[in-house]
Design a protein around this ligand. Structure first.
Ligand code: UDP
Length: 315
């Protein structure tokens, strides 16, 4: 296959850096664009010497002038702490970021994949969530900047597709974890692991019965690349996530078991609009992409714990 020129926006972030790495391994020419708000140079330092890897420090709110064959649009702070830090800019990053990357895709005749999210389902009344479910999102809450931003980005993708024939792909990513998560991004997996490794209290918000489905990052990246290269008519949206569903209490106990930590579990108030349950239906991804996650939560957590052990040693 000829070498493709691929743009990854948000390429220095947790998921983006794993995606850049995999695309390079597959023999592509990768341009990683990131403003480094939540992305980190450390995530891509090991790729910097590769002649087929380029890093561009730029905010997606500015116009992009490059040539490419494929675009993965990931740029947006994704953890509640970070997307709520400057909520107006979060909505702008979703909307204007989609507009700029779609404009680029239109000019370059590139395929473009939007990293959408399970957050488009809000606090779902239907469980588990199929792609046909339209969601239950609060338009004025503290999560809305991200949820509604990602929803309008999906709208723009489908309108560029209908109006201009842009070749779009939309994936809805469910909770993902693995090495290179930020220790300070407030996500449950990184919080629990860092707390356990430091023998600090494990902070469960609420009673811990809320559920999430956790997908290991390698499985997700595999699904993203399959989606980008799927038959042209298949636009999605398609759920990518691991249907294994766990309560936060179960997750905390699993992290304690793996780390052998003596941390105690404490309960803190539940944040506003915190979804009570979340689990993807992945029949569509299985059928269209022949994709299914393979890494069990316990195995993925062990790899993630190993990463944070090393990280904390050098911190
Ligand atoms: N959570 C928790 N303790 C923490 C961080 C998060 O109990 O230290 C809970 C949070 O309230 C939510 C779940 O874990 O119910 C997942 O939170 P995260 O921020 O990782 O992802 P999201 O809510 O976006 O799915």
């Amino acid at each position: 296959m000829p070498r493709k020129r691929i743009l990854v926006t948000g390429g220095a972030g947790f998921i983006g850096s794993h995606l850049c790495e995999k695309l390079l391994q597959e023999g592509n020419d990768v341009i990683c664009l990131d403003n480094l708000f939540t992305g980190r140079k450390d995530n891509i330092r090991h790729l910097m010497g590769d002649p087929y890897f380029e890093f561009v420090r730029q905010d997606l709110l500015e116009d992009i002038y490059i040539e490419c064959d494929q675009i993965y649009n990931l740029a947006c702070p994704a953890s509640p702490i970070h997307y709520q830090y400057d909520p107006i800019k979060t909505t702008k990053a979703c909307f204007i970021g989609a507009l700029h990357t779609l404009g680029l895709a239109k000019r370059c005749h590139a395929r473009i994949l939007q990293a959408s999210t399970s957050e488009v389902y809000g606090d779902p009344e239907i469980h588990p969530q199929p792609e046909s479910y339209r969601g239950s999102v609060n338009p004025i809450g503290i999560r809305s900047c991200y949820d509604e931003g990602k929803r309008v980005a999906e709208t723009l993708f489908f309108d560029y597709h209908r109006q201009h024939g842009v070749k779009i792909k939309v994936i809805r990513i469910f909770n993902t974890y693995g090495p290179r998560m930020r220790p300070d991004d407030g996500r449950v997996v990184s919080n629990f692991i860092v707390q356990a490794l430091k023998n600090q209290d494990i902070t469960i918000y609420g009673d811990g019965t809320q559920t999430r489905s956790f997908c290991y990052v390698d499985d997700l990246v595999d699904g993203m690349i399959r989606m980008m290269n799927s038959r042209e008519e298949f636009t999605g949206p398609v759920n990518l996530g691991n249907p294994g569903e766990f309560t936060m209490l179960e997750l905390a106990n699993l992290v304690l078991k793996i780390t052998g930590s003596s941390s105690k579990i404490v309960h803190l108030p539940l944040p506003q609009d915190d979804p009570t349950q979340r689990k993807p239906v992945i029949d569509l991804a299985m059928k269209e992409l022949d994709w299914c996650p393979t890494i069990k939560l316990e195995d993925g957590l062990k790899k993630t714990v190993a990463y944070f052990e090393e990280y904390l040693k050098n911190a």
